[in-house]
Design a protein around this ligand. Sequence first.
Ligand code: AMP
Ligand code: GLY
Length: 434
Amino acid sequence: MAISPSRPQTLPPLQRVLVVGSGGREQALCWTLERCPEIETVWVSPGNGGPFGRKQAIAETDSSGLLTLCRDEAIDLVVIGPEAPLAAGLADSLREAGLAVFGPSGAGAQLEASKAWAKQLMQEAGVPTAGHWAVASEEEGMEVLASLERPLVVKADGLAAGKGVTVADTVEATAAAIRDAFNGRFGSAGEQLVLEERLQGPEVSVFALCDGERLLILPPAQDHKRLLEGDQGPNTGGMGAYAPAPLLDAAGLEEVRRLVLEPTLGALRARGIDYRGVIYAGLMLTADGPQVIEFNCRFGDPECQTLMPLMGPELARVLQACALGRLDLAPELKISNRCSVCVVAAAAGYPDSPRKGDPIEDRLTPTESQQLFHAGTSRTAEGQLLTAGGRVLTMTAQGDDFDTAFAAAYQALDRIAFDGMQFRRDIGHQVRQS
Ligand code: AMP
Ligand code: GLY
């Protein structure tokens, strides 16, 4: 079984933190952690061209390289951002070396890394989710489809960078998606599929910070998965977000705690998994109540960029307390009740084949209520900022209402330019008056 550090009686000093990852999510985590007065240095690895965190170019799956960095720099807390190193067991290797790590073990990360495993766990725990069939061959899939005679949602079992899901409208489209997956469309991630009943309703993301036993729920956020305005075009990692999403009020969040998060944490514990990290519940709010569409084992990107500016500097201690299994020792996390929003600027060709190497012109001087979080960016030796990935930048802003926050985010984006830059002008259409 994976090792977890024993639960201490008091929280040890917290001066040096390492954030693992290279996206906008990790820049936002660095930004918040750097505001904690007791923290001397926040490291980020491998990082990007962004200004937050002290960059060290060690790959996120290079556990021995990261361990050496942690030892050399006397790191007190490691925060792992993305799912791939979590699923590969990075948290386990670092914990075995005695480090405090915010992020679940490889076993816990199956919540995201195997949809069939997550569905089984939800079923055992009585968590509301769409009916499903796990199938391991095209024949098996076609048999299920023939017996049901209705369109289904087809999901690759493994990690597929947000591209493994087909929401089919017809039985024929369902059959085609099953065939494609077993013909290798998702590589090894598609060797097993989950077929699911199709649900209807708005979607919302809920994040719980867990210490293995207890959990702390953050304000709900809404993501925009489609590339184009009007929620058209291909699915992406996310083109913008806002929080708090009024779709779930305090009573709604309590219901999610009771029906989804607590039973899930309990079921993980029952499997011997001491889950210390984020449970991200992707929910659909159906006429029958909230249903889990997917679980992830980390913060959402770009939801994290929207949430981090709302967090007080106590967040650092809260993450440490989760990592040490003692959320009860953490100071109260102060969360601003302002509206926070973000808009993603993506590269030409995103999401299929993003172009890299376009110079980025940045004429922005952000105010206290605006943050520019780099994602796919790099810097040349001469200091020129270039595009280096699909989602290039996240422009984040806060305001007393959503209209003010979005106006600030879009005004700021007008001061950023690169060739082929694409972004949606209608992020937050659900909550905007103008
Ligand atoms: P995922 O990659 O699991 O987040 O799924 C991508 C998108 O597919 C989700 O954001 C939903 O919009 C949609 N989706 C997934 N499962 C279902 C379902 N059971 N019913 C309807 N839509 C779904
Ligand atoms: N924004 C969706 C995700 O991080 O999976």
